[in-house]
Design a binder for this molecule. Structure first.
Ligand SMILES: [Mn+2]
Length: 304
C-alpha cells in the first residue's frame, strides 16, 4: 500500500502517515510513505521519519491518502497515487473535491490523527509507543496543544489513552514549539524592530525585506509562526507579516485575526486564501509597494 499526504506537511499530515505505516507493519502489510516534501525541522523527531520518501520504490495497488481535501495538494506524489488505481481517503477538512473510492471523513474531528486513533482502537490494533507519539503529534499540533476550540472531550480522552500507550507529550511540545533554529529567533528580533501598530493598537504588522534574510542567512522556512508573535499584544485583532524571502518582487503575506474578523475574505482581492482567522497571499511587486495595499485592506477589515 502507498501512503501519502498533503504537500508542506504539518504534524497531523506526517504523524498520521507514519502511524498508518506502523499500523500496516504490525499487521504485516507491505507499505511505503511518500510526500511532496520531507519532514520540516520541527517534525524531524517523529519516530521513523526516514520512511518518508519523495518517490515510491515500486508500484502499489492501493493508496491511502491522509489529511487531504483536494488532489492538487498531493503535489508531485499525485501521479504515483493515481497510478494505484484505488484510493482510501481519511480526512477532517470540509471537502472541496471528493477524491477517493473509500472516504472516511469527519469534519468535526480536530485532526486526521484522531480519526485514525478511533479506527486503531476499534480494530484492537497494537499501539506501540512510536505509533502513539505519531498520533499524539497530529492531535497536539492541530489543536494548538489543546488550546483551540476544536479540542473536544473525546480528543482529550483518546490522547489520555495514547499517553498510556507510551506517547511522549513532553517531547512533542518541546520539539515542535521550543526548538527553533537561531535564524528564526534572529528574524523575530527584526520582526519586532520593524513592527508598526495602527488602528488604536488593533492592527500590528511587520515587514522583512530581502536584506534581513541575507544578513541573517535565513530562508522562508524560518518565518514559520512569526506572525503569531504580534497577536500576543492584548489589543491586537489582526496581525500581519510581509516578507521578501527570495528574489526581489516576490512578497509573501501571512495574516492572523481574532474572533469573527475574516482575514481570508480580506485577502481575496489579492488572490489569497486560507481560513477565517489565518490566511495568506502573494504579491508580485516590491515589498514597499505591497505594504500600503495590504495595510489598506486590513484597516478596511477593522472598519477604519
Ligand atoms: Mn489536519
Amino acid at each position: 500500500m502507498l501512503i501519502s499526504t498533503h504537500l508542506n506537511p504539518d504534524g497531523d499530515a506526517l504523524g498520521s502517515a507514519l502511524a498508518m505505516s506502523l499500523y500496516l507493519d504490525s499487521i504485516e502489510v507491505e507499505n511505503e510513505v511518500i510526500c511532496n516534501n520531507l519532514a520540516p525541522y520541527n517534525l524531524e523527531f517523529l519516530p521513523h521519519k526516514d520512511r518518508i520518501r519523495l518517490n515510491p520504490k515500486k508500484k502499489h495497488e492501493l493508496a491511502i491518502v491522509l489529511d487531504l481535501d483536494s488532489l492538487e495538494r498531493l503535489g508531485k506524489t499525485r501521479d504515483a497515487i493515481e497510478d494505484c488505481g484505488r484510493m482510501v481517503l481519511i480526512d477532517h477538512h470540509i471537502p472541496h473535491q471528493e477524491p477517493g473510492d473509500v472516504r472516511i471523513v469527519d469534519v468535526k474531528a480536530p485532526a486526521t490523527a484522531l480519526i485514525l486513533t478511533r479506527l486503531f482502537f476499534a480494530l484492537n490494533a497494537k499501539i506501540s509507543p512510536e505509533m502513539a507519539t505519531c498520533l499524539l503529534t497530529g492531535i497536539v499540533t492541530d489543536t494548538g496543544s489543546f488550546r483551540y476550540r476544536n479540542t473536544t472531550p473525546e480528543s482529550l480522552e483518546l490522547c489520555a489513552k495514547l499517553l498510556q500507550f507510551g506517547g511522549d507529550l513532553v517531547q512533542i511540545n518541546e520539539e515542535v514549539y521550543q526548538k527553533k533554529p537561531i535564524e528564526s529567533v534572529l528574524l523575530l528580533r527584526k520582526v519586532l524592530d520593524n513592527m508598526k501598530v495602527l488602528c488604536d493598537d488593533q492592527l500590528a504588522y511587520s515587514v522583512l525585506p530581502a536584506k534581513d534574510f541575507t544578513d541573517i542567512g535565513a530562508v522562508e522556512m524560518h518565518t514559520e509562526g512569526l506572525v503569531n508573535e504580534m497577536m500576543f499584544i492584548r489589543t491586537t485583532k489582526i496581525s500581519a507579516l510581509l516578507r521578501e524571502p527570495g528574489e526581489r518582487k516576490l512578497v509573501r503575506a501571512s495574516v492572523r485575526s481574532r474572533g469573527d474578523i475574516d482575514v481570508a475574505a480580506a485577502l481575496r482581492e489579492f488572490g489569497g486564501g486560507g481560513h477565517k482567522n489565518a490566511a495568506g497571499c502573494t504579491f508580485e511587486m516590491s515589498i514597499e509597494e505591497a505594504e500600503p495595499l495590504l495595510v489598506e485592506a486590513l484597516k478596511k477589515c477593522l472598519g477604519y
